[in-house]
Design a protein. Structure first.
Length: 598
């Protein structure tokens, strides 16, 4: 039996190759020690060194055991069996991360903390800590929105998906572009004109304080579930290629992100986002250029032709199987997933509020949308190019066992010294960026939606101190949950993350749809809709439907149930002036039958 090694190889550790045939088996010198590897993608054999003396045998079973593979008993010569057990383990080469790379990594991480220290000089109160004094330029806000969505999960997983599968998941990026004008026209005016600090304040004005607290609590719960994943996933990849212990990776990222977020608030979060966006996009471009310039790959035209011939560039799949990532699943699923992120997620909405006015916030949203398609092409293209590279140019190179590690593996082993350290540092920063956004936004939501709502007597300085302590606590929770995940085998973290997003995000997005686009829905209906949507999304786990559709199901169930409940058992009408799309400008254009009464 062959030993599976890495992503693409089956290894035969010695054995009989037919070269030695003797009539007197007592004269047989033993079986060949040559190790052969079969590349399952390139479909060719490669040689992999020699087995130790007297360790090659035939008719021996192979079993995974003790972190390697046990070759049990077998014949060392024809008719001569052994009770011995050989343990074969994979030697992982981590020496490619050179001293200059370590220096660059350390300097980069110190720079992130330095940004926090620089921003701390202007942290005079909660307005600065939560909203950066509304002095962030529109372009920086847009890059920060993009950077918040461009986590280390995106940077490593998207090329890994293209490496392993094709481009069918890319169709979801077009939904983000389609969503931008909807956010700007129908959601942004409420967040800016009502002078709120969290999007959930709007829910109170539109429905009731109970709906506000529910929305804010669900957001915080979702972030708590998210923080561990965005730290753990890059940590295991970095351990595989740099040799840094996974627990040390998690602690390093968690502690540093907490430190600069406590010091500089949302302003530090935004400016570190800007830096990491440039580093990650530049790193991805650099990797793609290096792959295309290698003579073994034949240049861009040959890479495209090879990948296309193998079906790696397939974008549209109109099959009706909703268990797969077909066109219908990705377009509908990602639309509603993105709707939650861009209309109900405080980590994104907070960026809308850090600019000087509504027009600047709209420019920031368009900046994020404009970057989505080109960078999606970059990341998916890089994954396909890496597939061609390791198939044609490096068939003998044993790859890491998980496809999520393929990009950092290439960075460490095939980029020049210094540049590999910089891009690996960018992966660290991307993970820290996702954590810092969650920490600051949770602090904003708790202080604004709970603490200030019920303890109005506290002064602003006390609220700032509380926000910083909450940031520290959330940093500890996120780091601790990632450390726990390190001891649990979760093989498909990206799908797990989307499952969590669907369960929490779909019904929350439905609440905002009811708030913005209906006038008949009341607070009781909104609550009924939310819980119905949550139950519907939860029930999807026992179906075969693709996880990307969980959010769509939750949002649709929330909207339908909320509107019906409000119609069946209506409550006295509230003054909705300025609170729905129909009444944004004092009720102009509202049909008389649904025009709200004062």
């Amino acid at each position: 039996p062959a030993i599976p090694l890495g992503l693409a190889h089956l290894v035969i550790p010695g054995g009989a190759d037919g070269a030695l045939v003797v009539e007197d088996v007592s004269l047989h010198p033993g079986f060949t020690r040559k190790v052969l590897g079969y590349h399952t993608v390139a479909r060719q054999w490669v040689e992999g060194g020699l087995m130790p003396e007297e360790s090659s045998r035939v008719t021996a079973p192979v079993a995974a055991w003790g972190g390697g593979w046990a070759i049990v008993s077998g014949e060392t010569r024809p008719g001569v069996r052994t009770p011995g057990v050989e343990l074969v383990t994979q030697r992982v080469d981590r020496s490619a991360f050179r001293p200059l790379d370590w220096f660059i990594l350390g300097a980069y991480l110190a720079g992130m903390v330095g940004i926090g220290a620089w921003c701390s000089r202007r942290e005079g109160g909660t307005e600065d800590f939560f909203l950066a004094g509304r002095r962030i330029p529109w372009w920086a806000a847009g890059l920060s929105i993009y950077g918040t969505q461009l986590s280390a999960i995106t940077f490593m997983t998207i090329p890994a998906i293209a490496f392993r599968e094709d481009w069918t998941r890319m169709i979801g990026n077009f939904m983000i572009v389609a969503l931008a004008p909807i956010v700007i026209l129908f959601y942004l005016p409420f967040y800016r004109r009502l002078n709120v600090r969290t999007s959930y304040e709007y829910l109170e004005k539109r429905f009731s304080v109970a709906v506000r607290l529910l929305g804010s609590a669900m957001f915080m719960l979702f972030q708590l579930g998210r923080m561990g994943i965005v730290l753990y996933l890059p940590a295991i990849a970095l351990e595989a290629v740099t040799g840094i212990d996974v627990y040390l990776c998690i602690l390093l990222m968690g502690v540093l992100a907490t430190l600069y977020t406590v010091m500089g608030g949302i302003e530090a979060v935004i400016w570190t986002d800007v830096v990491q966006v440039f580093v990650l996009i530049g790193g991805a471009l650099l990797c793609l250029v290096i792959v295309l310039m290698r003579p073994e790959t034949g240049g861009a035209a040959d890479v495209i032709a090879t990948a296309a011939h193998a079906g790696k560039l397939r974008l549209l799949d109109f099959d009706m199987d909703l268990t797969r990532t077909v066109f219908w699943v990705m377009s509908v699923g990602v639309f509603f997933t993105s709707l939650m992120s861009y209309t109900a997620d405080q980590t994104v909405i907070q960026r809308y509020l850090t600019t000087k006015d509504e027009k600047s916030a709209a420019k920031g949203i368009w900046t994020n949308a404009a970057m989505t398609i080109p960078t999606a092409l970059l990341f998916f293209g890089l994954g396909s190019a890496l597939w061609v590279f390791f198939k044609d140019a490096r068939p003998a190179e044993v790859l890491p066992a998980q496809s999520d590690q393929i990009l950092p593996w290439f960075i460490v082993h095939h980029l020049p010294a210094g540049l590999s350290g910089l891009v690996i540092a960018g992966i660290f920063a991307a993970s820290m960026s996702s954590l810092d956004s969650s920490m600051n936004s949770i602090a904003t939501a708790y202080v604004t939606d709970f603490h200030r709502r019920f303890l109005k007597g506290d002064d602003d300085r006390a609220d700032l101190r509380l926000a910083r302590w909450i940031t520290v606590l959330m940093g500890a929770v996120g780091t601790g949950s990632a450390l726990l995940l390190a001891g649990v085998d979760i093989r498909f973290l990206f799908d797990h993350y989307n499952r969590v997003l669907g369960l929490f995000g779909g019904p929350l997005a439905g609440l905002f749809i009811l708030a913005v686009f209906t006038t008949r829905t009341d607070a009781r209906g909104a609550l009924a809709g939310f819980f119905t949507g949550a139950i519907a999304a939860w029930a999807m786990q026992w179906t075969t439907i693709n996880v990307f559709l969980y959010g769509a199901v939750g949002a649709a169930a929330c909207v339908g149930a909320g509107y019906i409940a409000s119609t069946i058992a209506p409550t006295p009408m509230r003054d909705l002036t300025g609170l729905t799309v129909y009444t944004l400008n004092g009720g102009a254009g509202v049909p008389p039958a649904i025009r709200p009464k004062a």
